[in-house]
Design a protein. Structure first.
Length: 282
């Protein structure tokens, strides 16, 4: 059994499909018929006696063939170009007869990159011990059909996965959902795998602290100490209000023995020595 030839490419790139025959330098394309066909039914392009005789409409302005090694070039390659291609080469020895010198198939496998996964986390319920979350991971615009997986602190978790695509040869959108019970802050990673390629994103999932801590009533000692401080403060205020006015003018009023009880005689403040000497001289 011959080894199966596979050519891999990404959508939008230029790809070359090798043929199984190379024309010797002593000959030219005029001595051959060359057929490049897909799925053994659709002719991509065909040459006879050095001239192109047929080209498929879908490959217009996207294909060309090397006239020496008969390589088929496709640019830009599309997802619909996926599939087996057959190169058939006939040598024109005589004007009426030809002989097949080459007939071989090469399979083209085209991929398209998925977007970076977008991770979302929605809290569904909370408690003092844990937070229940619905985690989603979404990626779009890739090919072929991917595998989606996740890891919680590097430990794999199972997904509920859904795919959307118009056909088996169309770009895919993929969504994964997962219910988690988070008891502490954890790192979550989503992986999208396709044809040997991997796209990934990470998100820190935080436990929501929704607990209400009850207020602790003050102890008996605290209440007692507070009461004593308040009582002392009130006594100080009362005493200050009662005795402070008696000492405001104590220097200007002096009670006399000859005056009735409750009556005070005010004594004028002493006059300066200068005034006294002037009075004496007069």
């Amino acid at each position: 059994a011959l080894e199966k030839k596979v050519v891999k490419s990404k959508a939008g790139e230029k790809v070359s499909l090798p043929c199984c025959h190379e024309i010797p330098s002593s000959e030219s394309l005029h001595n051959y018929r060359v057929y490049w066909q897909k799925n053994t039914t659709d002719v991509v392009l065909a040459y006879a006696e050095g001239k192109m005789i047929l080209k498929h409409k879908r490959y217009e302005n996207r294909t060309e063939m090397d006239d020496r090694n008969l390589t088929l070039w496709i640019s830009p390659v599309e997802i619909l170009d996926n599939g087996p291609y057959q190169c058939v080469v006939q040598h024109l020895r005589f004007s009426q007869n030809s002989i097949v010198v080459c007939d071989e198939t090469v399979t083209l496998f085209v991929t398209a990159d998925f977007s970076e996964p977008n991770i979302t986390a929605e809290v569904s319920a909370t408690s003092c011990e844990s937070t229940e979350m619905v985690v989603g991971c979404f990626s779009h615009g890739g090919f072929p059909k991917p595998k989606i997986s996740g890891a919680l602190n590097n430990v794999s978790v199972a997904w509920n996965t859904s795919w959307v695509s118009k056909s088996s040869l169309s770009l895919y959108n993929v969504t994964g959902k997962l219910s988690l019970n988070v008891t502490k802050d954890v790192s979550f990673t989503c992986f999208v795998e396709y044809n040997g390629f991997v796209k990934s994103s990470s998100l820190l999932l935080k436990k929501t602290d929704n607990c209400v801590v009850p207020a602790v009533p003050p102890s008996y000692n605290v209440i007692t100490a507070s009461s004593i401080i308040i009582i002392i403060f009130l006594l100080a205020v009362t005493l200050a209000a009662r005795y402070l006015p008696r000492h405001v003018c104590s220097y200007c009023c002096k009670p006399q023995d000859s005056v009735d009880e409750g009556v005070k005689e005010c004594v004028k403040p002493p006059v300066s020595s200068k005034v006294t000497s002037e009075t004496s001289s007069v």
